[in-house]
Design a protein around this ligand. Sequence first.
Ligand code: ATP
Length: 241
Amino acid sequence: MVAPPDNDVIWARSLHHAHSGSPALAGVSLGVREGEILAVSGPRGSGKTTLLQCLSGQLVPHEGEVWFNSSPVHTLAPIQRERLRRERFGWIDPEPTLVPELTAWENAALPLLLRGTSHRKAKKAATEWLERLDIGACARKRPRALDQAQRQRIATARALVSEPSVLFADEPTATLHRAERAQVLRTITAAARSHRITVVLATHDTEVAALADRSISLLDGRRVNSLTAEAEGRAECSLSV
Ligand SMILES: Nc1ncnc2c1ncn2[C@@H]1O[C@H](COP(=O)(O)OP(=O)(O)OP(=O)(O)O)[C@@H](O)[C@H]1O
């Protein structure tokens, strides 16, 4: 095994993975720098979710290496990978899955409450994140009283509440309307930038990918190009809100 470059938070080499024998990744390599927002774009079925699952330790690639802060992830035991995911990574799914019996702030505070943070501290942190994501007014409401965009913001607050090193967002706005999509994305990227949280964002939407610092594209489980925002003449600061 060759150790990755020091300045990459996430580094992967030649990832191969198949689901029930059908190939999903066919030799993907990448590095993600600290604080960077990297979009992984590509059409449906191109391997984006599988790549994020391998990078975040949810799946162990059949071949290849994944490193986090210069430590191998692919060789960790399941319990160590689980701890790494809980303590250092955040994850946002396309559809927000919230606990219906809990209020918005309780849902957002769950990762802290489960790791033993005091009720008072967890509530304060969750409330702050809900406010940053423009949903503070709904802190006491239950998910059924909220619309899809509001629920996705709560799921986002839950992913960010423990201030992870890396946030993996898998099509986080796929189920939202266009206007809501832009707003939710701006709040995610602004919150990540202000806390220097690295983001790996899977999307099949080129407008969404344009909000990132850099974008890579997948097709049939392989990388097909790489563009930086600077190379396209877009200033990084114009993406913040
Ligand atoms: N659990 C699974 N079992 C069997 N095949 C799977 C599974 N998950 C993904 N696949 C297949 O692996 C390939 C890559 O899927 P993946 O979900 O990683 O792509 P994607 O780019 O995220 O697609 P989408 O945008 O539709 O989520 C596809 O052909 C998909 O059908």
